[in-house]
Design a protein around this ligand. Structure first.
Ligand code: COA
Length: 260
């Protein structure tokens, strides 16, 4: 996979997607959004890839937001289209991705950068990371799902404060409020994320796909999450992974899931 603004590395079942515009602190411009979408479409089709890690290049930033220079002169319609297209192509796409997507937040995750991390299934952070939604300091609001996903993760009051103050929080504060799951040193960020990815990969990825769908149903308007869970649970009984998982347990051995 050859891209201009992102790097995709595939190793041992893990695809690491690195946003690679370090001189612009990995800000998300139009091309980067398009390339992320294209990379994810290709990753979804590749059976050898089981888990995706999303990170930023350089030591300073995960992603410092949407590229301000690109939207500074937008009209009302342009602004609406920017948000709608980005949400569809990348943010909602990641949230509903059938394979686990983990954000490894290695520095500034601001605006669209934090929104990107929040669209991932869960987040890891290095201890130098700084997170926030500074949009109102620019006269705009979060447009890539931030007003919806931040309250889901940290609660309404904390989300309101973060959005209204446009302030940044440290990795430890993010850990305390449930925005990230683990904080580690910058050197250990990718190794620890890979360790968790490998732990995930030992399980049935077909079952995990059903679990992602059921958990997401909890946050989808007009969808009954309990019904989604019942359907996804029932579907597991028709998979080879279920046969292997239960047989391995009864035979007192480790399961070797075929992923079907
Ligand atoms: N969009 C476009 N360019 C960005 C950017 C963004 N969101 N964030 C950083 N950059 C660019 C800067 O313009 C600068 O480019 P230049 O060297 O060509 O001038 C480069 O990245 C380095 O950023 P700089 O501001 O010099 O680094 P810093 O260490 O002084 O500050 C930040 C770091 C993250 C605090 C600061 O870059 C910042 O506030 N960025 C914008 C964050 C934001 O509001 N994001 C939400 C957008 S909706």
């Amino acid at each position: 996979m050859n891209f201009k603004n992102i790097l995709v590395n595939q190793e041992n079942g893990i695809a690491t997607v690195t946003i690679n515009r370090p001189t612009k602190l990995n800000a998300l411009n139009k091309l980067t959004i398009e390339e992320l979408h294209e990379a994810l479409v290709q990753i979804e089709m590749q059976e050898t890839i089981k888990v995706v890690i999303l990170t930023g290049s350089g030591e300073k930033a995960f992603v410092a937001g949407a590229d301000i220079s690109e939207f500074a002169h937008f009209s009302v319609n342009d602004g609406g289209r920017l948000a709608a297209k980005g949400q569809e192509m990348v943010f909602d796409f990641i949230e509903n991705f059938s394979k686990p997507v983990i954000a490894a937040v290695n520095g500034f995750a601001l605006g669209g950068g934090l929104e990107l991390a929040m669209a991932c299934h869960f987040r890891m952070a290095s201890d130098n990371a700084k997170m926030g939604l500074p949009e109102v300091s620019l006269g705009v609001i979060p447009g890539y799902g931030g007003t919806q996903r931040l309250p889901q993760l940290v609660g309404k009051g904390k989300a309101m404060e973060l959005i209204m103050t446009a302030g940044m929080i440290s990795a430890d504060e993010a850990l305390n409020c449930g925005l990230v799951n683990h904080v580690t040193t910058p050197e250990d960020l990718l190794p620890l994320t890979q360790k968790i990815a490998h732990k995930i990969m030992r399980n049935s990825l077909v079952a995990i796909r059903g679990a992602i769908k059921a958990v997401n149903a909890c946050y989808t308007d007009g969808v009954n999450g309990y019904e989604t869970e019942v359907e996804a649970f029932g579907n597991c009984f028709g998979t080879e992974d279920f046969k292997e998982g239960t047989t391995a347990f009864l035979e007192k051995r480790k399961a070797d899931f075929p992923g079907r």
